[in-house]
Design a protein around this ligand. Structure first.
Ligand code: ACO
Length: 428
């Protein structure tokens, strides 16, 4: 890992801290022994300068707008690969040969059904429950149904539970949707692709055959690829932290889903489309740009800005291209796309956004595509959770396989009262 050191000087004392080099990207200063030596913690709420783990899965260069999975650029994967192949790559580190990929697809397809009793579980939710609320509950409940794959120290158990989670997520998400609109659940059809099967379970009905639109199936599969992993984002870090205590994978992924739901993270795709609908026509854009810049107004341009990207999010580039493909395939148009393009153009020429390096992120255009395909906004984040499951699972596996893995346990800067004596209520 290199032989550089950093020196920290505090109050006349110096501490030598090892510096590690990754294969690419910023070096890191190893502060693990700092507390033992100096009795000081480091302070970094929001982890803006902290590498929380070592990982070989995904690399982001936020300044250059680069995203690599196991070294492969996201643009190439989105163009030429498919979601299950990318899943294999994330889980195993290399692209599979044809035979291995066929076997992987076969294995995943054998896990698409849910335990029949889980259907009763759905019926406990209100019909108007948010699909993410249902996803959190059902995925957490999987650990009550699949006891045979929850020994996390056994690599075979980890493999099976990973496959189960990736395979069952489309069924769980489609059922959440069907439940909300009062239609019967559809069982999976394993003769279809991973994504085709999901679309049929979502939009098909038992009364008639479902006709898959190949261009839309392809676009949806690409959207899944774009969401598959994104290194140590909030939900992935949540999965790792939950898993660091030895919790079972189903519980950990349920924790990831809960974190993803927030509007600053995966909930932004829903919020971005709602925002575009509120803006409506391009003439209203300047008003909303002014609001986004106003410190006294909580309004932000949803789908804009990113903790890591200080350049165009490479996923947004693919997403923008996919909008047109879906419109052409479905022979539809949505004036909100023009509004979105104009909003992007105006924001990218506005000093506030230029100075703060705020660019469209993956969520800016995804809502327009998903809406054209027929998904209600409440399903958007559920689709993100479906696709991100492979990233969560791969990161969780990487962490558990690391012999040096420890429970995650941050420290704090305490600013509360110092020790004081309890006062009985009658004396207060
Ligand atoms: N609109 C207006 N101003 C913004 C926006 C925005 N979308 N995003 C950031 N800013 C401003 C902030 O007000 C802040 O200004 P200041 O320095 O004057 O205080 C500055 O840019 C930096 O923003 P922070 O919130 O400090 O940056 P952080 O890295 O913590 O947040 C985040 C990143 C949460 C993504 C933020 O840009 C945001 O809220 N964007 C909108 C929500 C969104 O699209 N989320 C999806 C992220 S991608 C994903 O999860 C898949």
């Amino acid at each position: 890992m290199g032989d550089k050191n950093a020196t920290l000087s505090v109050g006349g004392n110096s501490y030598e801290l090892p510096v590690f080099e990754g294969s690419v990207g910023p070096d890191v200063i190893d502060i693990r022994k700092l507390y033992g030596q100096s009795k000081m913690f480091t302070y970094d709420p929001g982890y803006t300068s902290t590498a929380s783990c070592e990982s070989a899965l995904t690399y982001i260069d936020g300044e250059e707008g680069v995203l690599l999975h196991r070294g492969y650029p996201i643009g190439q994967l989105a163009e030429s690969s498919n979601f299950t192949e990318v899943s294999y790559l994330l889980l195993n580190g290399e692209l599979p040969d044809k035979e291995t990929l066929d076997k992987f697809n076969w294995t995943i397809s054998r896990h698409t059904m849910l335990h029949e009793q889980l259907i009763q579980f759905y019926r406990g939710f209100r019909r108007d429950a948010h699909p993410m609320a249902i996803m959190c509950g059902v995925v957490g409940a999987l650990s009550a149904f699949y006891h045979d794959s929850t020994d996390i120290s056994d690599p075979e158990h980890r493999r099976i539970s990973s496959h189960r989670l990736i395979a069952k997520m489309p069924t769980i998400a489609a059922m959440a949707y069907k439940y909300s609109i009062g239609q019967p659940f559809l069982y999976p059809d394993n003769s279809l692709s991973y994504t085709g099967n999901f679309m049929r379970m979502t939009f098909g009905v038992p009364a008639e055959p479902y006709e898959l639109h190949p261009a839309v199936e392809r676009a949806m599969d690409r959207i899944f690829i774009l969401h598959a992993d994104h290194e140590q984002n909030a939900s992935t870090s949540t999965v790792r932290l939950a898993g660091s205590s030895g919790a079972n994978p189903f519980a950990c992924i349920a924790a990831g889903i809960a974190c993803l739901w927030g509007p600053a993270h995966g909930g932004a795709n829903e919020a971005a489309l709602n925002m575009l609908r509120e803006i409506g026509t391009p003439d209203k854009i300047p008003h909303y740009i002014e609001r986004a810049k106003d410190k006294n107004d909580p309004f932000r341009l949803m789908g804009f800005g990113h903790r890591v990207y200080k350049n165009y999010d490479p996923r947004a580039t693919v997403m923008q291209k996919t909008v047109r493909e879906v419109f052409d395939a479905l022979k539809v148009d949505d004036p909100l796309f023009e509004t979105a393009l104009r909003l992007e153009e105006l924001a990218l020429h506005d000093d506030y956004f230029v100075e703060k390096k705020l660019f469209p992120n993956v969520d800016f255009y995804s809502g327009i595509i998903l809406s054209a395909i027929g998904f209600p906004t409440t399903m958007f984040t559920a689709l993100f959770a479906l696709a991100r499951t492979v990233g969560w699972v791969a990161q969780w596996n990487e962490m558990i396989s690391d012999p040096g893995q420890k429970i995650g346990r941050p420290r704090q800067l305490y600013t509360g009262p110092t020790q004081r004596d309890y006062v009985p209520v009658e004396n207060r």
